[in-house]
Design a protein around this ligand. Structure first.
Ligand SMILES: *[C@@H]1O[C@H](CO)[C@@H](O)[C@H](O)[C@H]1NC(C)=O
Length: 267
């Protein structure tokens, strides 16, 4: 088989599966007091100030141990569509009905779903196709964009705890941005999307009582009027679509692409 899927990739893939299935479970029940910690990434623009303390969930997924990108030629030689799922399961030796098969199916469906109004989306199956998509949105030429991501300055195994904003959040100048999220699959798949409506990007230094330090990337969506009413953020924040900006933190293995500003301006 030409497709190399290392053990580490498989382990991470399974780990992502567990995350996904517990997340789906959490979303299906309505008890606000039993809020799923994994949806604790949302906050409002008003929360973005030094001294603010809030519970935040950071999945400890490492870019270094996540599934690897395939070279573009190899990725493009493998079908990437729900139609081909039976063949793909054969290729990766997963039995149909297995959790892995379910996750692959969900990832493919997620990638095949149409964009919401004002959104451009694409699932990148290689680094090159991610860069093509980003270039298409942010503009081409010499390196005119860069990726920022959340970094854990001090690591512990705690995923869900209270964090306090330690410094004034730094606004990252970005007239446009592309957010790329990992999806569970046997090789690296990034779901990248960009919205026409206004977004603001921030770098936020967070500290926890146990000594954890995180330089977190956050995005505030200023207009959520087109979002699905069932979006978890509305339940977590107790708000309605389109009423107030919704912000969220990114896990460490996600990428936010922003234009490369020659000089950094203040927020
Ligand atoms: C955060 O702090 C509040 C207030 O002290 C506490 O009730 C809550 O359990 C803490 N949350 C977490 C996730 O530790």
């Amino acid at each position: 088989m030409g497709v190399a899927v290392g053990d580490a990739s498989r382990i991470i893939f399974l780990h992502l599966l567990l995350l996904l299935s517990s997340r789906c479970h959490g979303m299906s029940h309505m008890d606000h007091l039993m809020m799923d910690p994994q949806s604790m990434i949302f906050f409002t623009l008003d929360d973005l100030r030094p001294g603010k303390t809030m519970p935040i969930y950071f999945p400890k997924r490492h870019p270094s141990s996540s599934p690897h990108f395939l070279p573009r030629a190899e990725a493009e030689s493998i079908p990437f569509s729900s139609r081909d799922l039976p063949h793909l399961l054969d290729l990766f030796s997963f039995s149909s009905g297995s959790p892995q098969a379910k996750a692959m199916e969900e990832t493919l469906k997620h990638c095949e779903a149409g964009p919401i109004k004002g959104e451009t989306k694409s699932c990148a199956t290689s680094l090159e196709s991610m860069l093509d998509f980003v270039r298409g949105i942010l503009g081409g030429g010499s390196p005119r964009f860069r990726a920022i991501s959340t970094s854990h300055l001090i690591e512990s195994s705690t995923r869900f705890q209270n964090y306090t904003i330690l410094e004034a959040p730094r606004g990252v100048p970005a007239s446009k941005m592309v957010a790329c999220h990992t999806l569970p699959y046997p090789y690296a798949i990034f779901y990248c999307h960009s919205q026409e409506s206004e977004n603001r990007v921030f770098e936020v230094v967070l500290g926890a009582e146990n000594g954890d330090r995180v330089k977190a990337v956050a995005v505030c969506h200023m207009d959520t009027s087109q979002w699905n009413h069932d979006h978890p953020s509305f339940r977590v924040l107790g708000i309605e679509p389109g009423t107030t900006p919704v912000c969220h933190f990114f896990p460490a293995d996600n990428l936010v692409w922003v234009p490369n500003a020659p000089t950094q301006s203040m927020m």
